[in-house]
Design a protein around this ligand. Structure first.
Ligand code: CA
Length: 232
């Protein structure tokens, strides 16, 4: 059975440890992004669909707790703290900041693997969607349902509630063709006859906000004779 590959963000400023963790996880079938600073970690998290974060507590630019807190503002991604024994007090703070679990250095790779699997399993059992944030086109477009924000090339774009509803429906069902009637119901919350053009207007405005070229849209694609679908 093909299992969708999970992506792990490993945040650790000790290059040797990062390297060992990365090759271990990659050999276990995970995709891994490594970050050596908190700022790098936050930038990668913003750009990629991360399934789990391994977070060292002592980073050169900001404490791991601060990274954790920032991640928790927008995501329920499982966060596993890496900590040394002397940092136990900080660790408790870290858990208060929303980390899911911790592992004390030095740890065995086997133990790390088991903790990661357990955290991913718990996240899977969570009925809430793990990915509240969707990134497309290498981070060109980021739709964050938890913060209710949309970013185009890193800049926040302001959508009207109708535009946000339309985009949300399209993003949540990529590839599904929505008829104009379905979209007008989604955008306005009720079905109206004869308001098809209103959908076209919303779509046109949305394209101007999120497409690089609204004449050649990548995200909101017209399906001739049927309606629209999400192509990101
Ligand atoms: Ca460190």
């Amino acid at each position: 059975m093909a299992v969708k590959q999970k992506t792990i963000l490993a945040v650790e400023d000790e290059p040797k440890i990062l390297e060992v963790i990365t090759s271990f996880l990659e050999s276990g079938g995970y995709a891994v992004f490594g970050a050596e600073t908190g700022a790098q970690a936050l930038a990668i998290f913003e750009r990629e669909n991360i399934s789990l974060v391994l977070l060292d507590l002592m980073l050169p630019d900001m404490p791991g707790e601060a990274v954790c807190q920032r991640l928790r503002q927008s995501s329920r991604v499982p966060i596993l703290m890496l900590t040394a024994k002397v940092e136990e007090e900080s660790l408790l703070n870290g858990l208060g900041m929303g980390a899911d679990d911790y592992i004390t250095k030095p740890f065995s790779l086997k133990a790390l693997g088991a903790r990661i699997e357990a955290a991913l399993r718990r996240a899977n059992e969570d009925v809430r969607p793990l990915l509240a944030k969707h990134a497309f086109g290498d981070g060109d477009l980021i739709v964050d349902f938890e913060k209710n924000t949309v970013k185009k090339r890193g800049e926040e774009v302001l959508l009207t509630p109708s535009e946000m509803n339309l985009l949300a429906a399209l993003v949540k069902y990529p590839g599904k063709v929505f008829t104009r009637a379905e979209l007008i119901e989604i955008a306005l919350g009720s079905a109206f006859d004869g308001y098809d053009r209103a959908v076209d207007t919303h779509i046109k405005n949305l394209r101007q906000k999120i497409e690089s070229d609204s004449k050649k849209p990548d995200y909101i694609v017209t399906v001739h004779g049927l309606g629209y679908k999400f192509g990101g």
